[in-house]
Design a protein around this ligand. Structure first.
Ligand SMILES: NC(=O)c1ccc[n+]([C@@H]2O[C@H](COP(=O)([O-])OP(=O)(O)OC[C@H]3O[C@@H](n4cnc5c(N)ncnc54)[C@H](OP(=O)(O)O)[C@@H]3O)[C@@H](O)[C@H]2O)c1
Length: 338
């Protein structure tokens, strides 16, 4: 099999393709021949040595793949060889062959391509947990989505539209026209505009009901101040700790020092909630994740949700995929194909 390795901490060009023997599934596992693997911002953080949850390097990262089962291990009765599936992998998804416990594998409908399917798990599960499972977004509510043109951002936009909520989003200016066309009510260019001031202006001082913030640092405190009564703030990432493609310790320290502290009495009196979400820490709850993923796949199959695939890079150009994401060029999901 072929795998994309991160051999050491570094820039996008450290990624390299290596050959290895094909693995065999053990009891309760299946082997998937991968057609497409999802690329996530966390993979870039792992490459930069900025991801405490990442595997020790050298390593093969990758949380999600889509492909076809070509071998099943003993005791697997619910899945068969030849089934088209999507799978959660932690880690090892940057490979043309993966071994996965059957509980992390779900069949996909025929009207979904492998590329669309590989773009579903991480982005949609993250957005689903925040907006549906915990956040219970209501029709007519206003939701501020940071990096709304990104992978999680696009999943969040679609879930909000399905639930009848209004999305306000931050993104680089070049993406605004397409975002407005795809249903974002107001776009804020976070490079040139202060999003807190803009949210206050747009909402006439009322604030929003939900904020999804993976920027981190100062942004968390500002996002909290954007909430109206009964507002929910979700903290799920720290992109601002990694402004470039190589590790910057000063940027990470600055980010840590500007993190806010939330006070229980203020939360009570403000009628606001602050939630942290890390899908990677829910791996022990694979059955619950699979249940949510099944609902998401059903909605994708029905055309209610529709993964936005931006760019597909071959394994040999995996470094370019990381650089593309970190240069803020993507609109939706970036994938690797063997
Ligand atoms: N906690 C969890 O379970 C979980 C799960 C998935 C993702 N996440 C987090 O959610 C965030 C989004 O992840 P994603 O995989 O969907 O990536 P993504 O949003 O597609 O990431 C790239 C986009 O983020 C925006 N961005 C903002 N700050 C950036 C920075 N410092 N460097 C590069 N891009 C930046 C850029 O778009 P614009 O400039 O247009 O805004 C860029 O195009 C990341 O922080 C990730 O770690 C967390």
């Amino acid at each position: 099999m072929r795998q994309v390795w991160i051999p050491r901490i570094g820039g996008p060009d450290v990624l390299e393709v290596r050959e290895a023997a094909d693995p065999e599934p053990r009891a309760g596992e299946v082997r998937v021949r991968v057609a497409a693997s999802g690329v996530n911002f966390a993979d870039c953080l792992a490459r930069m040595g900025l991801y405490p949850d990442g595997p020790a390097l050298p390593a093969v990262v990758g949380y999600e793949v889509a492909g076809e089962i070509d071998r099943i291990g003993p005791g697997v009765e619910t899945l068969t060889e030849g089934t088209r599936v999507v799978a959660l992998t932690r880690f090892g998804g940057y490979a043309d062959t993966v071994i996965v416990p059957m509980v992390q594998v779900l069949p996909i409908p025929h009207n979904l391509s492998f590329e669309q399917a590989a773009g579903i798990p991480v982005n949609y599960l993250t957005a689903w947990i925040m907006l549906v499972w915990i956040g219970n977004v209501h029709p007519g509510e206003r939701v501020l989505v940071h990096a709304v043109a990104g992978g999680v951002g696009q999943a969040a936009l679609q879930i909000c539209r399905w639930r009848g909520a209004t999305v306000l989003g931050t993104a680089s200016a070049g993406k605004h026209a397409r975002l407005l066309e795809s249903g974002v009510a107001h776009c804020i260019d976070y490079h040139t505009q202060d999003f807190e001031t803009e949210i206050s202006r747009i909402t006439g001082g009322e604030g929003v009901d939900i904020v999804l913030d993976a920027v981190g640092g100062r942004s968390f405190a500002k996002s909290y101040r954007c909430l109206g009564p009964l507002g929910r703030l979700f903290l799920f990432g720290v992109s601002s700790f990694a402004p470039g493609t190589t590790r910057s310790i000063p940027a990470a320290i600055k980010g840590l020092l500007t993190l806010p502290r939330y006070k229980p009495i203020s939360l009570m009196n403000d009628n606001r909630g602050v939630f942290g979400v890390n899908v990677g820490h829910l791996w022990e709850r694979s059955e619950l994740l699979a249940r949510m993923l099944a609902d998401i796949i059903q909605l994708c199959g029905d055309g209610v949700l529709s993964p936005v695939i931006d760019h597909v890079f071959p394994f040999a150009r995996a470094g370019e995929a990381h650089a593309y994401l970190q240069a803020r060029k993507n609109f939706g999901k970036v994938l690797l194909v063997p």
